[in-house]
Design a binder for this molecule. Structure first.
Ligand SMILES: Cc1ncc(COP(=O)(O)O)c(C=O)c1O
Length: 463
């Protein structure tokens, strides 16, 4: 028996009656680095330790008898503390503690992966025999980094929503690929420019491989892509053979109209055609805790395997203590409890959004224009920048549409005691302009009133 024949895949072969993209499609899609990546031998064999009657001398696992931790206890709120203020004590001990304190399987604690698989089936209306699986990662940022590395070679063309999540800009630049920005507006990502670009794509150039998008409450615009647009984007993906990287940390912080649009992962299943074109990124950061550093990726087995192989040689496995903390909570709450909690989070941010909107209208009417968000924690604003800020930065201001919000930040806003993100940080090409991203997640009502009042004063200032 060769080591290579011992597969680490925990899932059986797909049995779904739905057509699924064949493995060759993914082999061609993968980057050269990813195709060349070998499995880490110990990681590759580690799952076999759980076989019945196995005595393992495989890994250099430290003996837990020398670990000082005897039990871990957490006091947790009810899923909706707004209506039930009771607290619950959860203790991680015995076998669970041994698992939590030890190195774990690269793809994640199996019980947590199983929970998330059932959750995915429930939320996205899919079956677990359709050639996809879930794998854990050290936050979705790290999973995105590994997914981009698995898919993109230097010189490849990729589509990126514009403006986009600032956290991926240095990442995609480092890939030395051809990044094509696709504009978004109040209805989210707009497929029309993508369609005309693809129709006129030069025959001698390979088509774009992937689209990166944040479909709910986009960071930085706070907008959600409409169902009609998602369908059109999926239709284009199938016609022109690109894959959709659906980065969805704000899925549970949607407070717009219902029914909410389906995720791309769910939508694939609702329309005819082969499955396997969507790689989905979820995060516990926004609804449980950012410090857990836990996210999960869902998608075609071959692409998940490519990410797992990378993880096996970098982090080895995401923090098992974090995974156990999350699993014990989810086990205690159940899927219903988690969904109740998610609704509570969305209500919380809706109230924050309403407060921000109220004070934006009070202070900034006539001084700024903005799109009212329907998910997440960001407002994208176009500021009417003062002449004086322009005068100090004549050179850059003439380059930017409506002025230069970075210069405004440097020369006016900071001095006035307000910190915000200049719009240029959200454009792949660093395009200057009068846009800014404002985050309304942590300020109290009084602080929002004060902050937007200060911003208005600096926008009016003639100094
Ligand atoms: C769109 C988007 N993707 C990914 C992330 C990173 O999430 P995580 O904390 O899971 O790494 C963030 C965090 O702000 C985000 O806004």
């Amino acid at each position: 028996m060769s080591i290579a024949s011992l597969t680490t895949s925990e899932k059986p072969e797909p049995t779904s009656s739905r057509e699924i993209l064949p493995d060759e499609v993914y082999e061609q899609l993968l980057s050269q680095t990813s195709r060349a990546r070998k499995s880490a031998p110990i990681r590759h064999l580690l799952h076999l330790e759980s076989c019945p009657n196995m005595l393992s001398m495989l890994a250099g696992k430290p003996n837990p008898e020398v670990f000082p931790y005897v039990s871990l206890s957490m006091t947790v709120r009810s899923p909706n503390p707004a209506i039930d203020s009771s607290l619950n004590e959860i203790v991680i001990k015995d076998e669970d503690l041994s698992v939590a304190l030890q190195y774990g399987i690269t793809s994640g604690v199996p019980e947590l992966v199983k929970w998330l698989t059932e959750f995915t089936c429930r939320i996205h209306g899919c079956q677990d025999d359709e050639g996809w699986r879930v794998s854990m990662g050290a936050g979705s940022q790290d999973l995105l980094y590994k997914a981009f590395s698995a898919l993109v070679d230097p010189g490849d063309a990729i589509f990126v929503e514009s403006p986009t999540y600032p956290g991926i800009i240095p990442l995609v630049h480092s890939l030395k690929c051809n990044i094509i920005q696709i504009p978004s507006d109040a209805e989210g990502l707009n497929p029309s420019s993508m369609a005309s670009m693809l129709e006129n794509w030069p025959e001698d150039k390979p088509l774009p491989k992937v689209l990166y998008t944040v479909p709910f409450g986009s960071n930085p615009t706070g907008t959600t892509t409409t169902l009609a647009r998602r369908l059109e984007i999926l239709r284009l993906a199938r016609k022109y053979n690109f894959f959709i990287m659906e980065d969805d940390p704000y899925f549970h912080i949607y407070y717009g109209d219902f029914p909410r649009p389906s995720s791309y992962f769910a939508l694939e299943r609702k329309i005819d055609g082969p499955l396997g074109r969507v790689l989905r990124f979820d995060s516990f950061s926004k609804v449980l805790a950012g410090g857990l550093r836990l996210g999960w990726v869902t998608g075609p087995e071959r692409l998940i395997k490519a990410i797992d192989l990378h993880n096996a040689t970098s982090i080895m496995c995401p923090s098992v203590i974090s995974q156990m903390m999350v699993y014990k909570l989810l086990q205690n709450w159940g899927i219903e409890g988690f969904l109740t909690h998610a609704t509570h989070c969305a209500d919380f941010y809706r109230q924050k959004r309403d407060i921000f909107e109220k004070y934006s209208q009070k202070h900034l009417t006539g001084l700024a224009e903005w799109i009212t968000p329907n998910a997440s924690m960001f407002v994208w604003m176009k500021l009417r920048l003062p002449e004086s800020a322009s005068a100090k930065t004549v050179k850059t201001v003439t380059e930017g549409e409506g002025g230069d919000s970075a210069a405004f930040l440097e020369h006016k806003a900071l001095e006035g005691g307000v910190l915000l993100l200049p719009g240029e940080c959200c454009y792949i090409d660093g395009k200057k302009g009068c846009q800014v991203r404002l985050s309304f997640s942590v300020l109290s009502e009084e602080e929002v009133d004060e902050a937007l009042g200060r911003l208005a004063k600096m926008l009016r200032s003639k100094d």
